[in-house]
Design a binder for this molecule. Structure first.
Ligand code: OGA
Ligand code: NI
Length: 361
């Protein structure tokens, strides 16, 4: 099918997407349903986004208790919070964003070395979500790579730009250590103790980096960078150079919810509760639904670090949180189960992994 501009309105070949070619218009296959609310959140009440000073996790008993309380309430209300005083040097954050930007600036032939639509590949470059396969396409280019243990994966990462491995590797290591601290606080906040998952996370925990690039989009009112979705992970820690991330506040407007634009403040990291912490908490903490809106002028870069148990290690509802009145509400699942789900389902159509885990009463 051809539109009036002579372009196919179907999907593009990999490496040839509209966003990679900087097309001056948005082809039909990128148009999202109005219910996805592209454009910036009109209701951008960003003051509701909780911000937590996590340096206090290492403080006195009372300070730690205070953070755990804040964390618990943010996880219950939004499944999302921002962290400050996380201890990662600003240079490390800036360098990681810069080296990601330089990677996306490379000629297509260089990036093509990593091109793959195989969701099981430990390193892959592609566009949208499953390029060309999903019903709707998204204005995103990304590189996904495993990051922990670093020595096992880093030799598969891009060597161009030459400092990519060093700069991104440093960022990944630092973020992973913050993730372990936060996971300890999360399990503690659920009454499971701070070491409930530590040995499993230490031994074979996964870290997947989604290095995302959202080029300027000629019409941010019709397309999105990513559709409303939640992450499969336990938690995702995100760094961005510009606004564009929006979270869905379920509790607003008497339960009908609203989109909230996450503000960008230098040095602040964002933490998403993922599906596997929703399971871990037996539904007390909600995995946050989020999406990415687009910018007409600027290129947005985000680094999303997804932390979970080992590839085949199943997350299940802890027996400590279950009793006769409060039965387990989710079945167990692993990262690999999520990948199987991703192959068979279309996230652009609103299908969610967590929905496949719910045990119906
Ligand atoms: C993701 C994601 C948000 C962003 O990669 O899963 O939600 O801001 N990214 O890029
Ligand atoms: Ni996400």
């Amino acid at each position: 099918m051809e539109n009036e501009k002579g372009e196919s309105s179907g999907t593009f070949k990999m490496g040839n997407s509209a966003q990679e070619r900087s097309l001056p218009y948005v082809p039909d296959c990128y148009a999202v349903p109005p219910s996805y609310e592209p454009r910036d959140a009109l209701d951008s009440n960003s003051e509701i986004v909780p911000t937590i000073d996590i340096s206090r996790l290492k403080g006195s008993y009372d300070e730690r208790r205070g953070v755990i309380q804040e964390l618990r309430s943010a996880c219950q209300l939004y499944g999302f919070f921002q962290i400050v005083n996380h201890g990662i040097n600003q240079n490390i954050l800036d360098d990681a964003l810069a080296v990601a930007y330089s990677f996306f600036e490379l000629p297509v032939r260089e990036k093509k070395k990593f091109m793959s639509n195989d969701v099981y590949a430990p390193v892959r470059y592609t566009t949208s979500i499953k390029d060309g396969l999903d019903k709707i396409q998204f204005w995103r280019i990304f590189l996904k790579h495993y990051a922990h243990p670093l020595h096992r994966w880093i030799h598969l990462w891009p060597q161009n730009p030459p400092e990519y491995r060093e700069k991104m590797g440093k960022f990944c290591e630092e973020v992973r250590s913050v993730s372990l601290e936060i996971m300890g606080a999360i399990t503690e906040s659920l009454g499971l103790g701070r070491d409930y998952l530590s040995s499993r996370l230490d031994k074979n925990g996964m870290q997947v980096m989604a290095v995302n690039c959202y080029p300027p989009c000629p019409d941010p009112t019709t397309a999105l960078g990513l559709p409303p979705h939640s992450d499969y992970s336990c938690i995702t820690i995100l760094l961005q150079n510009l606004t564009g991330l929006e979270i869905f506040d379920l509790s607003a407007h008497g339960g009908s919810g609203r989109w909230v634009l996450v503000p960008e403040v230098k040095g602040v990291l964002k933490v998403h509760i993922g599906d596997h912490v929703e399971v871990l908490s037996n539904g007390l903490y909600k995995s946050v639904i989020h999406k990415v809106t687009l910018n007409e002028e600027k290129t947005r870069i985000s680094l999303a670090s997804l932390h979970s148990l080992g590839i085949d290690d199943k997350m299940s509802v802890p027996y400590q949180l279950v009793n006769d009145e409060n039965p387990a509400r989710y079945r167990e699942s692993s990262f690999n189960d999520f990948l199987d789900f991703l192959v068979k389902n279309d996230i652009s159509q609103g299908e969610r992994f967590i929905d496949t885990l719910r045990i119906k009463d």
